[in-house]
Structure formats: structure tokens, C-alpha cells
Write a protein that binds this ligand. Structure first.
Ligand code: BG6
Length: 289
């Protein structure tokens, strides 16, 4: 048996539509706003892979905290500080093109597009098309194509801002970043080199512009999470800790201990220049191992 149905984001606020997937491999939820996967749990796993805040308002146009928002066409603050952080793709309503089911692989494929509109051109004056496929099977696979549909080259950066659910951030380690250079967002982007696995004792916000594309989240008493993004040069590791999570206002008390963000993409100075008519392609695979 496999099923897919549309429901409201929550009972209280029904401004956002969500697709709910159930097949022999997994259960998943995807919001049409942002084409954002919110929940994913393989049937073989004892816990969900992704964390979703229970304090989201579900208001249209407001980014949902949790799951995997897509930051595009820039990562972090706007270069001139005039526009929303992390770009506009996570706040836009994407077009759902197709949902298909591969019975042999017990996998649903959900295809979305987002292209420039008068609203996006006011924020970013470029013609583009994004195609995003979300494949929900025993693993979660995301495929992104960025296309320049205009007459002039543009630069973009992006990140899959994944929130992974962990039992306790203080007992969580990120492997795969030893020897990688990072910029510390909490210390004027000062550069340093990671000499061991990343562990967490305080707020952490590091951009690794060029890393290897394969990371593991290890925990004392929970399944390891594997993250593979072979085409993505960059990764960000973030946990807000207590004080910042209180300032953010959409995380319930104490819940900052239950997630870590490991965000793969292309981040300055590894932003991408796309010529007129050109396209670039990225994938992300997430699994419990
Ligand atoms: C991370 C950044 O990617 O996103 C942090 O490195 C930022 O600096 C965090 O605070 C959350 O951003 P937002 O816009 O979703 O609150």
C-alpha cells in the first residue's frame, strides 16, 4: 500500500498545504511553500531524521523552522542587507509538477519548479528556473537544477538548510570535517582549521566553504546519520544554543538541544556564476546508517 494526500499544515492555521506520503519505505511530509520537506522517517528507523519546530505559526510567506528549507539565491544576510536572510525560495509557493510512485523501489518522487516572477524580480533581477525533485524511499534524495533562463550571467549561492533531529546536541559529533578550513560566523568570519570531529558546548555557526561532501552525524545513543552531497563544495554547521534560540522566537524552550543543522550547498567564496542558458545540478542524499 502507498498513499499521498494533501492536508493543512496544522489544525490551528491552515494557510499552508502539506503533502503527506506513506509507502512501504517511509513516511514524509512536504510543504508546498518552499517545496520544503518537513518530516521524513524510514520505516526501518526508530526515530525521524529531520527536526521540525512545534512552534511554527504556519503563516503563508513566513519561513518554516525545521525540515529542509532551501536557501536561494543567496545564503545568510543579503549582500546589501536590504532583503530577507537566506533568499526568497523558502518563502515562495512552488509549483507542484508531478507526483509519481516507483513500486519496485517503493519510492515516491515529488517534482517542483520555481521560476522568476514580478515578485522575485523585485528582490533579485534575474530570470531563472529551479527544478527540485524530492524522492522519498528508504533514503531521502533531493535533486536540484538551477537554470539561467535570461540573457545575462548571474551569480548565486544556495544551501539545503537541513535540520537533523538528535537526542542531545551535547552528545552529538559531526565527522567529515577534519582538516577543513572554516569561517567562524560568531567571530567576524575569522578563518581557522577544524582539527577533529565537531562537538558542541556552545552556540556554533561555522561556514566551511570547501569540504568533501560526505558527513556523518554520530550520537552516543541513537542511529548515525549519513549526508552525501558530492557536487556541493560548502557546508555550514549551526546550533543556536539557548540564548539565540530564545531570540529566534519559533523554537520551544529547550528544543535547541534536539537538532543540529548541517547545511550543504555553494556558499561564498564558492558561489556559482551561471552563464545565460546554462544550468547546474546538485544532489543530496540523507540516510540512517
Ligand atoms: C544558519 C546561519 O544557516 O541559519 C545562522 O549560519 C542563522 O547564522 C541560521 O542564524 C538561521 O537563520 P534563519 O534566517 O532561518 O533564522
Amino acid at each position: 500500500m502507498h498513499s499521498i494526500r494533501t492536508l493543512a499544515f496544522n489544525q490551528r492555521l491552515s494557510e499552508l498545504e502539506v503533502l503527506e506520503i506513506d509507502n512501504p519505505s517511509c513516511t514524509a511530509k512536504i510543504a508546498l511553500q518552499g517545496a520544503q520537506i518537513l518530516q521524513f522517517q524510514p520505516k526501518q528507523s526508530a526515530q525521524p531524521l529531520l527536526w521540525l519546530s512545534s512552534a511554527n505559526s504556519g503563516k503563508r510567506g513566513k519561513a518554516l523552522r525545521g525540515g529542509i528549507p532551501l536557501c536561494f539565491p543567496w545564503f545568510g544576510s543579503h549582500p546589501q542587507g536590504l532583503q530577507p536572510a537566506h533568499g526568497f525560495a523558502r518563502n515562495q509557493l512552488w509549483t507542484l509538477q508531478e507526483v509519481s510512485y516507483d513500486a519496485e523501489q517503493a519510492t515516491h518522487h515529488v517534482d517542483f519548479t520555481l521560476q522568476d516572477s514580478p515578485a522575485t524580480r523585485q528582490i533579485w533581477a534575474h530570470a531563472f528556473r529551479l527544478k527540485l525533485r524530492i524522492s522519498c524511499g528508504q533514503t531521502l534524495n533531493l535533486y536540484l537544477q538551477v537554470e539561467n533562463t535570461g540573457q545575462k550571467a548571474f551569480d548565486f549561492s544556495f544551501a539545503w538548510h537541513s535540520y537533523f533531529q538528535v537526542k542531545q546536541i551535547q552528545h552529538t559529533k559531526i565527522q567529515g570535517l577534519q582538516q577543513a578550513e572554516f569561517m567562524d560566523q560568531l567571530n567576524h568570519h575569522q578563518r581557522d582549521v577544524e582539527d577533529q570531529a565537531v562537538t558542541f558546548q556552545q552556540e556554533t555557526d561555522r561556514i566551511y566553504p570547501k569540504a568533501l561532501g560526505h558527513y556523518r552525524i554520530e550520537q552516543a545513543d541513537a542511529q548515525t546519520i549519513s549526508i552525501r552531497a558530492p557536487e556541493c563544495d560548502s557546508v555550514v554547521v549551526w546550533n543556536p544554543w539557548q540564548a539565540k534560540s530564545e531570540r529566534l522566537g519559533d523554537i520551544v524552550a529547550g528544543d535547541w538541544q534536539r537538532f543540529v543543522c548541517v547545511e550543504v550547498g555553494q556558499i561564498a567564496p564558492q558561489q556559482v556564476r551561471l552563464a545565460a542558458g546554462a544550468a547546474s545540478y546538485y544532489q543530496l542524499q540523507i540516510a540512517h546508517v
